[in-house]
Design a protein around this ligand. Structure first.
Ligand SMILES: Nc1ncnc2c1ncn2[C@@H]1O[C@H](COP(=O)(O)OP(=O)(O)O)[C@@H](O)[C@H]1O
Ligand SMILES: [Mg+2]
Length: 289
């Protein structure tokens, strides 16, 4: 097959993926999103004869709009623009998960600092304030007192980008010093890892320790449901252990997998390419080369 890889920076993840694709004899066209102009009247030349474009853009805004254009040009794209739109936005993700019956932390969205403070007091301390758009644990706040809440809200309202004037307040989940990441392709787990840290943020990007996580039936079922809730594709589903079960707090649409690849025996890029071969067939009716 001929696969276009839309990127802005080739990280180790993209290197691994490009290597695996080429090893299988697939034709790869690298498309640097920074060099493209997306026009209404003429589709991108770079995608003229690709079977599918894999969106690996680092910046959410680029990912969101580039996938929309590819859609308009009739070029299959993984992940879809719809999936990107839900996953890139924590409010939309929460609504999608909850709507699909996937357990997810209790969450309020408020538009003013006063209303947000009411939510915070309702959840009680500690609770969590998250930017609606963002990743790698950036700009997340664990709120431990009313005075801290007032200060954080005032800072967000005064200094924040307009997306920070939307207050996403969440109950604090007493997870056991770790959270879980399951990478899944159309809802089928490829591999999972646990990310442990002494800090409440356990992102791999924050330096958490990672180890293989054995995916049990319950996690498997939640991953499948969470994937379907956001429209499927190649995803990183984040879960926390609650004691008796799991809660899903995030689904990532341009999922980084280098930490996972290091933590498990499974060859992640290999598995991704396996899945891509069938996914391309399904999505475009094209037989892979
Ligand atoms: N409600 C919560 N309670 C406790 N810890 C949380 C909660 N939400 C997130 N975390 C921790 O913060 C990390 C980052 O949160 P997440 O929602 O995944 O945002 P990001 O998009 O920045 O990765 C998670 O991996 C988890 O360790
Ligand atoms: Mg996360």
């Amino acid at each position: 097959m001929h696969i276009g890889v839309l990127y802005s920076r080739i990280r180790r993840d993209e290197k691994l993926l490009l290597g695996a694709l080429r090893e299988r004899g697939h034709k790869v066209t690298k498309i640097d999103v920074r060099e493209q102009r997306f026009s209404l009247d003429a589709p991108l030349e770079a995608v003229a004869d690709v079977d599918v474009v894999l969106d690996r853009c680092l910046a959410t805004s680029r990912s969101l709009y580039a996938t929309r254009f590819l859609d308009a040009y009739g070029v299959p794209v993984i992940n879809s623009a719809e999936t990107a739109e839900i996953c890139a936005d924590k409010v939309k993700t929460s609504l999608a998960l909850d709507g699909a019956g996937v357990p997810t932390p209790r969450t309020d969205v408020a538009f003013t600092t006063d209303a947000a403070l009411e939510s915070i007091e309702r959840f009680d301390y500690p609770c969590v304030l998250k930017p609606v758009i963002g990743s790698w644990g950036r700009l997340m706040a664990k709120v431990e007192s009313r005075s801290a809440a007032e200060a954080i809200l005032e800072h967000k309202a005064t200094l924040g980008h307009y997306k920070h004037k939307l207050f996403y307040v969440q109950e604090f989940v007493e997870k056991p010093g770790r959270d879980l990441r399951v990478m899944a392709a159309d809802g089928v787990p490829i591999a999972g890892m646990a990310r442990s840290s002494d800090h409440w943020l356990t992102n791999a990007a924050k330096g958490a320790r990672t180890e293989r996580f054995e995916i049990d039936d319950e996690a498997r079922e939640l991953v499948e449901k969470a994937s379907a809730a956001v429209g499927g594709g190649l995803l990183g589903v984040d879960l926390m252990e609650t004691g008796e079960s799991y809660t899903v707090h995030e689904v990532n649409h341009t999922v980084e997998f280098k930490a996972l690849d290091d933590a498990v025996e499974v060859d992640i890029p290999e598995q991704v390419v396996d899945w891509l071969e069938t996914a391309v067939e399904e999505r475009a009716g094209v037989t892979p080369a």
